[in-house]
Ligand binder design. Sequence first.
Ligand SMILES: CC(C)(COP(=O)(O)OP(=O)(O)OC[C@H]1O[C@@H](n2cnc3c(N)ncnc32)[C@H](O)[C@@H]1OP(=O)(O)O)[C@@H](O)C(=O)NCCC(=O)NCCS
Length: 208
Amino acid sequence: MTTQPFVRPYRPTDRQDLYDICIRTGEEGGDARHLYEDHGLLPSVFAGPYAELEPGLVFVVDGGDGRPVGYILGTSDTELFVERFRTEWLPAVAERYPHPAGPPLTPADRIAVLLHRPERMLLPELTSYPAHLHIDLLPGHQRAGFGRALMTRFLGALAEKGVPAVHLGMSPANTRARAFYDRVGFQEIPVQDAGPVTYLGRATGGGV
Ligand SMILES: CC(C)(COP(=O)(O)OP(=O)(O)OC[C@H]1O[C@@H](n2cnc3c(N)ncnc32)[C@H](O)[C@@H]1OP(=O)(O)O)[C@@H](O)C(=O)NCCC(=O)NCCS
């Protein structure tokens, strides 16, 4: 039976759709499939570890036919997540995605470097925002209120756990995502060694 799209908790059978959504929205919010020969690489950094390590914090937009068309996922504790990424997640994928032998020259090399250095997520300016998140919707389901609905659900789950604040990192070129984050209460966090990333954060309480 098909219904209207709705937000629901993640189920392990959603995993492949999560990976698919991740790669189809991975280039400044647009399709990244042309950039990576192996479409599993990007999701192995930005989706898989969250579904594996913190499945209770993954929510999806069910397209109405049982299959996800968008998700929000993240961790309630970035420091612990980094530790578990290194000890539990990385060993499971490192053989398929080895660290580049030389300087990273291709998009895939650059993502493989991120995969092998989870400690990059630990920045002193972010410690008072212990949680972090990623959110992606397929093009056909954007601008219909699902981003806000996912954010409401995710922040509620964090608040229930007693987590005070959340951060995210984004490419400054993704101006559409930035407009969304501005509308749902995020503000820029100045970070000295931010590299090519803008960091945003907000409290988990206070409405979306
Ligand atoms: C960014 C994204 C998560 C936003 O979700 P969404 O469902 O499209 O957004 P919503 O419909 O819930 O919009 C919520 C608010 O943000 C605003 N907004 C969303 N996208 C916007 C855009 N492109 N430009 C201006 N405002 C925007 C909406 O107008 C709405 O504001 P209002 O209700 O106060 O008027 C979604 O578009 C997406 O997945 N994009 C592609 C992947 C991506 O870029 N992910 C983020 C990576 S950092």
